[in-house]
Design a binder for this molecule. Structure first.
Ligand code: NDP
Length: 301
C-alpha cells in the first residue's frame, strides 16, 4: 500500500513519521513551510510538488488539515487531491471539520470511483507521536477493515461510529465537552485560589472527587499549574471546533446555552492575542478576569 500524507502540522508530522516508520512507501507535500516535509523525507518519504501529485502516486491518501476551508482547498483546487484521484483510491480524512464539508468531499471522491473514511482523531500530539490516538472512523465497515493496519500505525483505539460524516459529529461533541471542561476548570479554580487555596491542592483533592474531569490531567500539569502555554493544541483550533458546533446547532435550530458562552470566551481570548498559544490559555484568560494566576496562590494585578 502506497500512502500519501497531506498536512504535516503538530498532529500530522508525528503521525506521518509513524507511517513511514512502519515501512510504508509514503508521499507527502508541503504548503507554506517546507521543513516538516524535509524532516519526513529524511526518514524515507518522497516529496511531491502538489496534493494532486501525492494523490496520483498514492493508493491511500491521509489528510489532517486545520479545518474545512483548508480541506476544500487541498481537495478541490486545480492542484488538489481530486485532480490526481482515480477509481480504487481511498481518502482517509482526519481533520476536525464539519460533516457538511466531509459530505461534499465524499460525493466528489465517489464520483471518481474512490472511497472515503471520515476519521478524526483524539489524544493530542503526545498520542500522535506514540501511536496511541483514538480514531473515530465513519464509512464502510469493510473499508475500515482494509485500512485498519494503516490506522493502527497511529492509533490504538479505532472505533467504527457510522456513515461518512458521523466521525466529524463524534469529534465535534468531544470538542464541545473538552472546551466546556477546560473553562469550567479555569472559572472554578480561580474561585478557589481567590479564596486562598493552592491550585495544586485543589487538583490533588478533586482528581478523586466528583468534580474531576480528564481535562484536569491533560491541562493542569505542564500547562495551567506551570503558567506554560506552548502548544499542544492551539487555542485558535479549539475556537474553530467550538464555532463549528455552535454553527451546526444554529442550522439545526437548537440552543447551545453553555457552548455559546464558551465560544465567546474563546473569541475573546483569541482577540487578546492568545490564538497561537495552547488552548489551556483560555482557562487562564478566564481566571485573569478574577485577577488570578492559576500557577500561583497569590492574586496578580
Ligand atoms: P497545525 O496548524 O499544526 O497543522 C496544519 C497543517 O496543515 C500544517 O502542516 C499546514 O501547513 C497544513 N496545511 C494548511 N493548509 C493546507 C493546504 N491548503 N494544503 C496542504 N496543507 C495545508 O494543526 P494540527 O496538526 O494541530 O491540527 C490538524 C487537525 O487535527 C485540526 O483539525 C485539529 O483540530 C485536529 N486535532 C489537533 C490536535 C492537537 O492536539 N493539535 C488533537 C486532535 C485533533 P503550513 O503550516 O505549511 O501552512
Amino acid at each position: 500500500m502506497n500512502v500519501g500524507f497531506i498536512g504535516l502540522g503538530a498532529m500530522g508530522l508525528p503521525m506521518a513519521k509513524r507511517v513511514v516508520g512502519a515501512g510504508l512507501k509514503t508521499y507527502t507535500t508541503f504548503h507554506r513551510r517546507r521543513e516538516p516535509a524535509d524532516e519526513l523525507r529524511a526518514l524515507g518519504a518522497e516529496i511531491k510538488p502538489t496534493p494532486r501529485d501525492v494523490a496520483t502516486a498514492a493508493d491511500v491518501i491521509i489528510t489532517i488539515l486545520p479545518a474545512d476551508s483548508e480541506l476544500r482547498e487541498a481537495v478541490f483546487s486545480p492542484q488538489g487531491i481530486l485532480a490526481g484521484f482515480s477509481a480504487g483510491k481511498v481518502l482517509v480524512e482526519m481533520t476536525s471539520g464539519t460533516a457538511m464539508a466531509m459530505q461534499e468531499v465524499h460525493q466528489a471522491i465517489r464520483g471518481l470511483g474512490g472511497q472515503v473514511l471520515d476519521a478524526p482523531v483524539s489524544g493530542g500530539t503526545t498520542a500522535a507521536a506514540q501511536g496511541t490516538l483514538t480514531i473515530m472512523v465513519a464509512g464502510e465497515a469493510a473499508l475500515l477493515e482494509r485500512c485498519r493496519p494503516l490506522l493502527e500505525t497511529v492509533g490504538t483505539r479505532i472505533v467504527h461510529v457510522g456513515e461518512v460524516g458521523h466521525g466529524k459529529v463524534v469529534k465535534m461533541v468531544n470538542q464541545a465537552l473538552a472546551a466546556i471542561h477546560l473553562l469550567a476548570i479555569g472559572e472554578a479554580f480561580a474561585l478557589g485560589v481567590k479564596c486562598g487555596v493552592d491550585p495544586a491542592t485543589l487538583y490533588d483533592v478533586i482528581k478523586t472527587s466528583s468534580g474531576y474531569s480528564k481535562m484536569m490531567d491533560l491541562r493542569l500539569p505542564g500547562f495551567l499549574l506551570e503558567g506554560s502555554f506552548q502548544p499542544g493544541f492551539k487555542l485558535e483550533l479549539m475556537k474553530k471546533d467550538v464555532s463549528l458546533a455552535v454553527e451546526s446547532a444554529r442550522v439545526l435550530g437548537i440552543p447551545l446555552l453553555m457552548l455559546s458562552n464558551v465560544a465567546q470566551i474563546f473569541a475573546a481570548a483569541s482577540a487578546a492575542g492568545k490564538g497561537g498559544e495552547d488552548f489551556a490559555a483560555a482557562a487562564q484568560f478566564l481566571a485573569t478576569l478574577s485577577g488570578v494566576a492559576l500557577n500561583q496562590t497569590k492574586d496578580h494585578a
